[in-house]
Design a protein around this ligand. Sequence first.
Ligand code: SAM
Ligand code: SF4
Length: 486
Amino acid sequence: MNSRRGEKERDNILTKKLYVKTYGCQMNVYDSARMADSLAVHGYAPTSTPDDADLVILNTCHIREKAVEKVYSELGRLNQIKKARRGDGRRMMLAVSGCVGQAEGTELLRRAPFVDLVMGPQNYHRLPELLRRAEVRGVVDTEFPVESKFDHLPDADPASANSGISAFLTIQEGCDRFCTFCVVPYTRGAEYSRPVKHVEAEARRLVALGAREIMLLGQNVNAYHGDSEGYSADDGHSEYSLADLICRLAELDGLKRLRYTTSHPRNLSADLIAAHGDVAALMPFLHLPVQSGSDRILKAMNRHHTADDYRRRIEELRRARPDIALSSDFIVGFPGETDTDFEATLELARDVGYAQAYSFKYSPRPGTPASNQNDQVPENIKRERLEALQKILSRSQATFNTSMIGRTLPVLFERPGRHTNQLLGRTAYGQWVHADMSEEYRGSIADVVITEAHTNSLAGQAVVAHAGAATEMPKEAAARAEGQTG
Ligand code: SAM
Ligand code: SF4
């Protein structure tokens, strides 16, 4: 079949419209893209509004705060659109996926009977079949199937939402750690690592689709222990650690940068720390959530490390890669947290000097052990503590960003900026940078002299190109950019 005829036939098949709204983390973003890929082969093309959609999927997150109520109120709005479409003689199917789907199950159909399909995060590969069943009556699928969804999802195609210059790749899912505040082990199930050859095959496809950077994803990604079957017949390993996987992927032609998230301090192994010093493609940035600086609270959270263990890990990382930029998650107002505990958190935040960090008020998650503790911290104290911590974290981020002014940093340009002939890219440390660059540099790494630092981004001038200038990166600059030195 010639390609024009192929395209035409594909357009004819794409008759239905799909709208996906994603809540939560990068893993949900990845899942949404994979769901869209699996529906594309069944004739669904993406649309940017629910108003003309034949299928709306809410891909939900249950990690914090009024997640469930937010979903129900969004469903109420969507039901109005659904009714209007029915009035026009067209059907809109409504599906809820992700962790709220998993946690609510049949309760969701009871409270919102107009929903057609409820499913958990492990069942996306069954989506086309579940939708067929849901055309007749409401379906709930929150099983944890024995087979992995990854083995059944179709390959991402060039139209996939996950086919950009920086792409996500989920390598690990679920968690066996059972931190006492966290729903993940209940909603995402037991820890599972994808086999190395599947991960590598997907990474190759992403690079062929244009990815120059891959972010490896997992709820506890550094617990990765993938089956190395097919690769290491005689090198002694039966399993790859995350460090082994990173070393292997770093060899892929065309792939310039690797990152991973989210990590647990207890799973930060010596080989992974060493990889930060040895593997040029592994970016000098690590999101390593600590949650609290108080040993008493860390114990109550079931984190299995102390604040000093964490500090020692940071020292080891900095010995391996002196310029590594660090990020973290913090929870304030965990049940029983005293002023003294909270002071220890502030002290740790000041000591580490984070390049960026996320901080949250503790939110009791139904079914988790901490939610049943009777020493819950009052809301106003949580709010005050959050403000105090965020002041320190913002100052630390500003210091880090300001320290970039005057430096020449390699930036991977990913997308157009707000102005004509402007591109947005990321430094090796993960900060967004905008610079005057012509479109041809999208997907390239170019040296940029940083001239301004803002709260969440930087601005700079490219050493190698300006709008409308030569499209070839000079050899010397290209060599520097390849080396990723900053
Ligand atoms: N696996 C990572 C780790 O061990 O640190 C965390 C992944 S979790 C999906 C993302 C972040 O959400 C956590 O690091 C934590 O700070 C926050 N979080 C999880 N449960 C929470 C809760 N009940 N209340 C407030 N924040 C919570
Ligand atoms: Fe949740 Fe992370 Fe703890 Fe697992 S390690 S239970 S994902 S906070």
